[in-house]
Write a new protein. Structure first.
Length: 220
């Protein structure tokens, strides 16, 4: 386990807390909260956070680390974040990460306290990141077991109806999950696995879309 890389990632957790308005840069009222639902912020992976109003050129040098928490399964993918989510311990701003060895965990964005964790381990290490359903009720992960899993954001309990978990492929999970929404409003979840896997056995790297609701795989 690369503990140095784990510490660097926790610094990123603190940064997400600032971006989503969890920390005020001054005595003024905190900015309106918003979410970071997938890698790159949006489905086009723009990485452009145009909604940010709290952090600016005048105060960015005053940013400080909020917390430091040891992670037992170090991630090799980006975190995602939801604000004002109901949990067993009250309403929290949650940061979700996926470890290299299959653990998906939710942390409090203010303190770093772990709220829940689930394990979808398999052999080897994987580099992937979760994505959040547009309805803000579920978080998706491409597990080390070859399946995409659908979890309740507040508890981490897995949904096992409506076609879930969804087979992503037999090879290594090798990308950040992406959710894209079509013009008709249907949202799709995309997962890439390196190597050969169903249903495209002749392709060295396939991307498998699945309907976010109700979770049935869309034919190629």
């Amino acid at each position: 386990m690369n503990h140095a890389r784990g510490r660097l990632f926790l610094a990123a957790l603190a940064t997400i807390g600032l971006i989503s308005g969890l920390v005020s840069a001054g005595p003024a009222a905190a900015a309106t909260k918003y979410d970071w639902p997938q890698f790159g912020f949006d489905e086009s992976k723009s990485g452009s956070d145009t909604a940010e109003t709290t952090i600016n050129l005048a105060n960015v040098t005053g940013m400080k680390k909020l917390f430091s928490v040891k992670i037992t399964d170090v991630p090799d993918g980006a975190p995602v974040e939801l604000s004002d989510m109901a949990t067993a311990s009250g309403t929290r701003d949650l940061v979700f990460i996926q470890g290299e060895h299959g653990h998906v965990s939710a942390f409090d964005g203010h303190t770093g306290a772990q709220v829940w964790t689930a394990n979808f381990g398999g052999s080897g290490s994987f580099n992937a990141a979760p994505a959040i359903d547009p309805n803000r009720k579920f978080v998706y992960t491409n597990g080390n077991d070859g399946f995409m899993h659908k979890l309740n954001v507040g508890t981490g309990t897995e949904v096992k109806t409506g076609g879930w978990p969804e087979l992503a492929g037999t090879a290594k999970s090798a990308s950040q999950l992406t959710i894209g929404t079509a013009k008709d409003g249907t949202s799709f979840l995309y997962a890439s696995n390196s190597g050969h896997g169903p249903p495209h056995h002749d392709q060295p790297d396939h991307r498998q879309p699945a309907r976010v609701q109700p979770g049935l795989r869309q034919p190629p």
